[in-house]
Design a protein around this ligand. Structure first.
Ligand SMILES: Cc1ncc(COP(=O)(O)OP(=O)(O)O)c(N)n1
Ligand code: TZP
Ligand code: MG
Length: 208
């Protein structure tokens, strides 16, 4: 399995957002450090998820950027994505691993050490850990865990930990010091005035 990129761009499909335009701007500056996770709103149809994922895979291919699909693993398989991401309301990690196969990248959400180690034992190849801080991008999240919460997980697992939830470039130094391998972001890129510049800055912070 190739090494995992440190910057995970999660698509923002909320009204008024332009996920493909943002991706098109970021891809040329992101090189090997980018991973794209296709995430659609819960109310989106499978066809909508499939159409977006297919276009994302096509856009990523020339740059050799990995593409994952959130929640809907049949969509991941259908578009030839590199893997998927599951959380507490999705398929259990063991089942997800069975669906995707041994070579796929499989991410799991964890917010504390016990669920994190269980997810890794069940076959997760990386963990999305958060919410790092409060965010308006996803409703119904539990309280923020901060850098201490990220550290508590990173200390007990041997797979890459990605911090998620309200993360910006200014957080990267503290998150790396807490043991995070990388970050997963929606709003930091989707809402940026210049997504390419913001992505380049994030990657600089993640790799220096
Ligand atoms: C990298 C990463 N980490 C966490 C999540 C959240 O997954 P989940 O808890 O299943 O919530 P939804 O994204 O499905 O609403 C993620 N998608 N990616
Ligand atoms: C999907 C998800 N899971 C935990 S926080 C989050 C949203 C992250 O979005 P943002 O980077 O805009 O806070
Ligand atoms: Mg999910």
């Amino acid at each position: 399995m190739p090494s995992l990129g440190r910057l995970h761009l999660i698509t923002d499909t909320r009204a008024g957002r332009r996920p493909l335009a943002v991706l098109g701007a970021v891809l040329p500056v992101a090189h090997a450090e980018l991973v794209v996770q296709v995430r659609v709103e819960d109310g989106a149809t499978d066809r909508q998820a499939y159409d977006l994922a297919r276009r994302v895979v096509e856009l990523c291919r020339p740059y050799e950027v990995s593409c994952l699909v959130n929640d809907r693993l049949h969509v991941a398989l259908a578009v030839g994505a590199d893997g998927g991401h599951v959380g507490a309301d999705d398929l259990p990690v063991t089942a997800a691993r069975r669906v995707l196969g041994p070579a796929a990248v499989l991410g799991a959400t964890a917010r504390e050490p016990v669920t994190a180690t269980a997810a890794v034992s069940a076959g997760a190849s990386y963990l999305g850990v958060g919410p790092y801080r409060a965010t308006s991008t996803k409703d119904g999240l539990p309280p923020a865990i901060g850098a201490a919460g990220v550290r508590a997980v990173a200390e007990v697992v041997g797979v890459p930990v990605l911090a998620i939830g309200g993360v910006t470039g200014e957080d990267v130094r503290a998150l790396r010091a807490a043991g995070a391998y990388g970050v997963a972001v929606v709003g930091a890129l989707s809402g940026a005035d210049d997504p390419a510049r913001t992505a380049a800055a994030l990657i600089r912070e993640l790799t220096c």
